[in-house]
Design a protein around this ligand. Structure first.
Ligand SMILES: *Cc1c(COP(=O)(O)O)cnc(C)c1O
Length: 400
């Protein structure tokens, strides 16, 4: 008999759990988009959007998802034929590379596999080899949501500086903004992209691009930035509609306002701390399960190279799919599918899953999801080591 009747928990790495406060803020009639409260509300969003990314840079907002954020960055950073160096540690760097290539950018991919952080020596060497400085920008994810590999952004900046290369640095923080520590200005990042539906706890539909004055100056006059995608008028509009090159995403803006209020109330440092501790609880759990069954393993062996918002793992096919089905049907917890590890028609696909601990999540949600996973392993006779939940509890107790 299913025990799933109660509040469902979507523990997939985006869209993330929606806070009731965000939903309630959106539940209203259509506002006037020419004068009044919405205009004032929007004026207050920009300082908070800068704060959450650790920057004084320009911000452009688009109606779109993460893929739109990539295209927005590409359209402004590059002209046709410009070169990009893309770091790939999973799926999303490769997808960003594909979008740039399709737009006419000459893309060089440095692929580091799917389980380790990028080798900055290789990045430095690739930049040194570009003696003509054709590479206009280096593109990377902070956290690749498919592999859960985290890229050390200050180390990447240091490698670019060591190579003496003038390329701009652009970072995809779609899975990590409001989860993992991120300091755009302090870390020397020129362009940051994010979207609303992960750490920012707002429904899918808003894309953000932060860009430095240096990036704005060096990218002026590019031939890819059509009126819709050009970041300049969005960051410095003369009229309100120019923020979105058209009608404002009215209800999303109320939701975003509430989400940013929630982040401000908790404090960004505390938000990062919460994600780090909950990630630690997930990792301790997997370590204990693995000890009793080597087929169970986190995708990233080095804890320093793991993102704080999502954990990718394997447990031998078909157990990951069996477990995901069980947790959803029997206990109301939906876990993430494995992404980019095996094709969906390959039997190996059923050996991968991901647990999200992203955005509006607290200790009881993460501990509950882990306990439900363990119950599922018991029910399905999936061998696993003992003491996992006690290990998770210890991490939470130490971090609280
Ligand atoms: C989710 C995600 C994307 C894609 O975002 P969509 O909203 O699905 O287009 C891109 N990059 C990263 C790191 C992500 O986590």
């Amino acid at each position: 008999m299913s025990l799933a009747h109660g509040r469902p928990y979507l523990a997939i790495p985006g869209p993330s759990t929606m806070p009731d406060r965000v939903l309630q803020a959106m539940h209203r009639g259509s506002p006037n988009i020419y004068e009044g409260g919405l205009i004032e509300l929007v004026a207050g969003l920009w300082p908070d959007l800068r704060r959450v990314a650790g920057t004084a840079a320009h911000v452009a907002m688009y109606i779109g998802n993460g893929h739109a954020a990539w295209e927005a960055a590409n359209a402004n950073l590059f002209s046709r034929g410009d070169k990009a160096l893309v770091l790939a540690v999973g799926q999303f760097g490769l997808s960003w590379a594909n979008s740039a290539r399709a737009m006419g950018v000459d893309v060089e991919v440095l692929d580091f596999g799917k389980a380790v952080a990028p080798d900055m020596g290789r990045v430095e060497a690739a930049l040194r080899a570009d003696t003509g400085h054709r590479i206009k920008a280096v593109l990377t994810t902070q956290v690749d949501t498919a592999s859960s590999v985290k890229t050390d952004i200050p180390a990447l900046r240091a490698a670019m500086d060591a190579a003496g290369h003038p390329a701009l640095l652009a970072v995809d923080c779609i899975a990590s903004l409001g989860c993992d520590e991120y300091r755009m200005d302090e870390w020397g990042v020129d362009v940051t992209v994010a979207a609303s539906q992960k750490g920012l706890m707002t429904p899918p539909g808003l894309a953000f691009v932060w860009f430095s004055e240096e990036a704005r100056m060096r990218c002026k006059g590019g031939d890819l930035a059509t009126p819709y995608w050009a970041w300049g008028p969005r960051a410095e509009p003369v009229e309100f509609w120019q923020y979105w090159d058209g009608t404002a995403p009215t209800h999303h803006l109320y939701g975003l306002r509430e989400a940013l209020d929630m982040i401000n109330e908790e404090g960004l440092a505390q938000v990062w701390h919460r994600h780090r501790v909950l990630a630690g609880a997930v990792w301790a759990t997997f370590d204990a399960w693995s000890a009793g069954n080597p087929a169970i393993a986190m995708n990233v062996a080095d804890p320093g190279a793991r993102g704080w918002s999502v954990t990718a793992a394997r447990m031998g096919a078909p157990h990951a799919t069996r477990l995901r089905t069980w947790t959803e049907k029997q206990a109301g917890v939906t876990l993430g599918i494995g992404l980019g590890m095996a094709a969906s028609d390959d039997p190996a696909y059923h050996g991968f899953l991901r647990v999200a601990h992203m955005g509006h999540v607290n200790a009881h949600m993460t501990l509950g999801a882990l306990a439900v996973m363990e119950a599922g392993m018991v029910a399905l006779d999936i061998p696993h080591g003992q003491g996992a939940l006690a290990a998770a509890a210890k991490v939470v107790a130490a971090g609280a």
